[in-house]
Write a protein that binds this ligand. Structure first.
Ligand code: MLT
Length: 404
């Protein structure tokens, strides 16, 4: 069932001395919209009938544009995560006349009974607030209490593509489309893209466990792992946990070292920036570092696509990823132990985040690893040079022993 959108008009008594919708009134309108969804659906007593009360544990509201008396705001609401006793709803308020996004809210609720004891989330809740329709050919796979959005295509031995931060599966579109003869699996990590974004601190271990569980859920035993940047850090964690499931490794625009003390401070600063300026601010700060400095054909569209992708990342996903990045371990000790796992290291010639020198050192430390430096690419080789990257991956896959 699709959750209804709710139109609410801004009244003068909700505005401040300058005539803008006041922030407290905004919060009230978000709440009114949620009640309206219940009123128009299962009834306002949906929760009380079940002896459950949803208490707000956390709310993050981003104010993106002003609203004035007479404006009609259209509120949409999505259930983005359901845990055992908690759930998260993301809401958006757009100005009806021109679809301008005016504000977003993300609220975490804990279900409690009359004594305040946490109780399970009513199982009917997804019917009330609707399941997000997934775009394109994505499907949902439930693992470790979260729904991951997954793009899967083709048949044959499997290759798992793991994206970086704060990105999603679509950076692998070209590779997923063209690597015939392989089952191409490209999930959105929890907290990014269309996957659930539970409001809990995650670590590289969390992402790795999700992906191992995803492979199991999809009936895949062994894979070739291909991770970009943070996806590479996740790949290292998967190797530490389940090396026997990895039959080949592609490390793209990534590095083995942990964050330096300065790097950790930069993560804290980014988290502060995210809290103050929202996902838009993170996108604005990251974009200039991501692409090759010499503009390639199609770069303006690519910049727009990236900006949209990063700015759509839920706050819980951004903050949790920053903490996972900051706490990730040094993977150098792992590298010489990867004997027997065919490895390809790929790096954009102009990668400012994980430069060529580091990729060279990493490749030298992995027994038998090949290095491929891609001209005309920065930190996002598969997007900036899709043909060359897909060809490099295909050539590498062709060298692997046949799957047993
Ligand atoms: C990424 O692209 O995943 C991040 O830039 C990785 C990082 O910041 O270390």
């Amino acid at each position: 069932m699709a959750t209804p959108e709710i139109d609410l008009t801004v009244y003068p008594d909700e505005c401040d001395a300058y005539g803008h919708l006041n922030q407290a009134s905004f919060v009230a309108l978000f709440e009114r919209a949620r009640w309206e969804v219940l009123a128009r659906g299962p009834g306002m007593d949906f929760f009380t009938r079940r002896g459950v009360w949803p208490a707000v544990r956390k709310s993050v509201v981003e104010y993106l544009a002003q609203a004035y008396p007479g404006d009609v705001l259209r509120f949409s609401q999505l259930l983005v995560h359901v845990g055992r006793t908690s759930f998260t709803i993301r809401q958006m308020a757009r100005r009806q006349r021109d679809d301008l996004l005016v504000a977003t809210a993300e609220l975490v609720f804990v279900c409690v009974d009359q004594r305040g004891t946490p109780v399970p989330v009513p199982s009917e809740l997804p019917n009330v607030f609707g399941d997000r329709p997934l775009p394109g050919n994505l499907r949902r796979v439930a693992v470790n209490g979260v729904n991951l959005a997954v793009l899967a295509k083709g048949q044959g031995p499997a290759i798992l593509f793991v994206h970086g931060y704060p990105l999603d599966h679509s950076i692998w579109e070209h590779q997923v489309a063209h690597l015939d003869g392989w089952t191409r699996i490209a999930p959105d990590l929890r907290g990014m893209g269309q996957s659930d974004a539970p409001d809990l601190g995650y670590s590289m271990q969390t992402y790795a466990e999700d992906l191992l569980a995803l492979l199991t859920a999809m009936g895949v035993d062994k894979v070739v792992l291909c991770g970009l940047s943070m996806g590479g850090y996740v790949a290292f964690e998967m190797l530490r946990r389940a090396r026997e499931r990895v039959r080949g490794l592609i490390l793209m625009d990534t590095r083995a070292e942990a964050d330096t003390p300065e790097g950790k401070k930069a993560r804290d600063a980014a988290a502060q920036q995210a809290r103050e300026g929202g996902a838009d601010a993170i996108a604005g700060a990251m974009l200039p570092k991501m692409l090759a400095t010499a503009p390639a054909p199609g770069q303006p569209e690519l910049r727009q696509k990236l900006q949209r992708m990063m700015a759509a990342t839920p706050m819980a996903g951004i903050l949790s990823a920053l903490s996972a990045l900051k706490e990730r371990p040094d993977s150098h000790p792992l590298l010489p132990t990867l004997t027997g796992i065919p490895t390809l290291v790929v790096v954009g010639e102009d990668d400012q985040i994980t430069p060529v020198a580091g990729a060279r050192t990493m490749a030298a430390a992995i027994p038998g690893a090949q290095l491929r430096v891609v001209p005309g690419a920065g930190h996002l080789t598969p997007l900036e040079q899709p043909d060359v990257t897909t060809r490099a991956v295909a050539d590498f896959l062709a060298t692997l022993p046949r799957a047993e």
